[in-house]
Write a protein of this length. Structure first.
Length: 100
């Protein structure tokens, strides 16, 4: 008798339209999330690639900045402002041979 009751309960659940609609919406939402995760992975890879392209520039800017900062230890007259350094860096980038 107990097996018959379970079958009726299962049958009632399977015939419930609202449950089926919720499951359909859940599947669609899950598929959309999978697609967005794939797109996010591609975007993350593009960001990583682009970031790596800037690494040599950052390295050179670091060398330039700390060289200029260290000039002040040679003589106090070699003290420069951040504005001066920024303009120097912009000029270096504008005049670099790889710019194009």
């Amino acid at each position: 008798m107990e097996g018959l009751t379970k079958n009726k309960e299962i049958s009632a659940i399977l015939e419930d339209d609202e449950l089926i609609n919720v499951l359909d919406v859940s599947k669609i939402t899950g598929d959309e999330i999978k697609q967005r995760m794939k797109e996010a992975a591609v975007t993350e890879q593009e960001i990583d690639t682009t970031r790596e392209n800037y690494r040599p520039v950052a390295f050179r800017a670091q060398i330039l900045f700390f060289t200029i900062v260290d000039l002040a230890t040679i003589n106090a007259m070699y003290q420069y402002s951040l504005q001066w350094f920024t303009q120097l860096f912009i000029n270096a980038v504008d005049n670099s041979p790889g710019k194009g």
